[in-house]
Design a protein around this ligand. Structure first.
Ligand SMILES: [Mn+2]
Length: 376
């Protein structure tokens, strides 16, 4: 029994708004599907955040559909749960669920036991942090059906893996599973737990929030034939290189040659992040020198680390992360992180799509929720 575990594919995601970056994601996803077919795995298990947005583009839908068609032609079933990126804030059929309805994939985020060959699969869709108690209760009341192999599928952050994403702790996971197929955290990591392994494959390609940094992205092929799960992390081969440089302001001119050398032989133009240190910095000069990177790389960002004493250690970003910046501004104005989150991460996406009804419905829902909390 062998499964391919993939997560956080964020199909349709477009880092830096570049079409090339969207295609990188599809290419990485197809590598996982190719591996599933080549290795004749018994199932593909997707741990959520299949799409980057709850309203994916036609292209993103098509890429998933094509992958599912291939898997079905090879008799490989695709099981999935939903991440927060797949779930619309308003009552609507989640996009990946369409493929379940059409019989091309199987949704197992319903908490019910699903038997596939001699394997028991139980999954839950993403639960918000405010719903953690509810999820804990559901996890405690899992009935372990008799099966040779057991896999639990979740899209949640575990505190032991990431201190800021601690929606649950590993101890909240029920014992008795051979493999805990996790999604949500974008870096690959795993830890033993009970008689099994808790594993995040991580995202298959860097998403906008991850910026430009060196990484290892991939998916897992998990052998469940023996008494212990054996996990093979397969790195995506087509990944576009991300390159980071720290350079003295005085020596900025040398950087271009260095990047050119490093980029030699790469199939895809890399993404480059430059951190500049020094004094008496003239940003017009930096911009002019770095513009020569346009021919070498797909996209570059730069920031300056000022080393004068007055502002030691202060970083300013020449091309700031707009999302982060917006959030910080909203937080300043509203003086409340929850409200800022509501405004930037929930309201703004709806309103920028022109979805006024959706926005009104979301606000109404939040109001009802807050009222029911006050009633308690
Ligand atoms: Mn994700």
């Amino acid at each position: 029994m062998q499964i391919l575990h993939v997560s956080d594919t964020h199909l349709g995601c477009m880092q830096f708004n570049l079409k090339e970056r969207e295609d990188d994601v599809y290419e990485a996803f197809n590598e996982a599907i190719d591996a599933a077919v080549k290795d004749k795995v018994d199932a593909v298990i997707h741990a959520g955040d299949i799409f980057h947005t709850p309203k994916p583009s036609g292209t993103a839908m098509l890429r998933l559909g094509e992958a599912l068609k291939r898997l079905n032609e090879h008799g490989i079933r695709f099981f999935f749960t939903l991440g927060e990126h797949d779930i619309s804030r308003v009552r609507d059929t989640p996009s990946p669920y369409v493929f379940h309805k059409l019989g091309m994939a199987t949704y197992i985020g319903d908490g019910k036991p699903h038997i596939h060959k001699d394997m028991l699969l139980i999954g839950f869709h993403k639960h918000k942090k405010s719903e953690s108690d509810d999820l804990r209760r559901k996890l405690r009341s899992i009935n372990l059906a008799d099966a040779k192999r057991r896999v639990l599928l979740l899209h949640q952050g575990l505190g032991e893996f990431h201190p800021y994403a601690n929606e649950l702790s590993m101890n909240d996971l029920p014992l008795g599973f051979n493999y805990y197929a996790m999604g949500h955290l974008h870096d690959h990591a795993m830890k033993p737990y009970g008689d099994g392994i808790v594993c995040y494959p991580g995202s298959i390609d860097p998403t906008p929030g991850e910026g430009i940094r060196e990484f290892k992205k991939g998916f897992c092929i998990v052998d469940l034939s023996g008494s212990e799960a054996r996990v093979d992390f397969i790195q995506v081969r087509s990944s576009r290189r991300h390159m980071e440089y720290v350079v003295e302001y005085e020596r900025l001119g040398d950087l271009i040659k260095k990047v050119m050398d490093d980029a030699k032989g790469l199939k895809k133009k890399p993404l480059v992040a430059v951190r500049i240190k020094g004094k008496g910095i003239d940003s017009a000069r930096i911009a002019s020198i770095l513009s020569r990177l346009n021919d070498i790389c797909l996209h570059y960002t730069w920031e300056v680390e000022i080393t004068s004493r007055a502002s030691a250690g202060r970083l300013y970003n020449a091309k700031p992360d707009i999302d982060k910046e917006l959030f910080a501004l909203a937080k300043d104005v509203l003086a409340n992180e929850d409200y800022a989150n509501l405004a930037i991460n929930e309201l703004l996406p709806l309103l920028s799509d022109g979805d006024v009804d959706g926005a009104v419905e979301m606000i109404w829902k939040r109001f009802e929720e807050s009222r029911s909390v006050m009633d308690k």
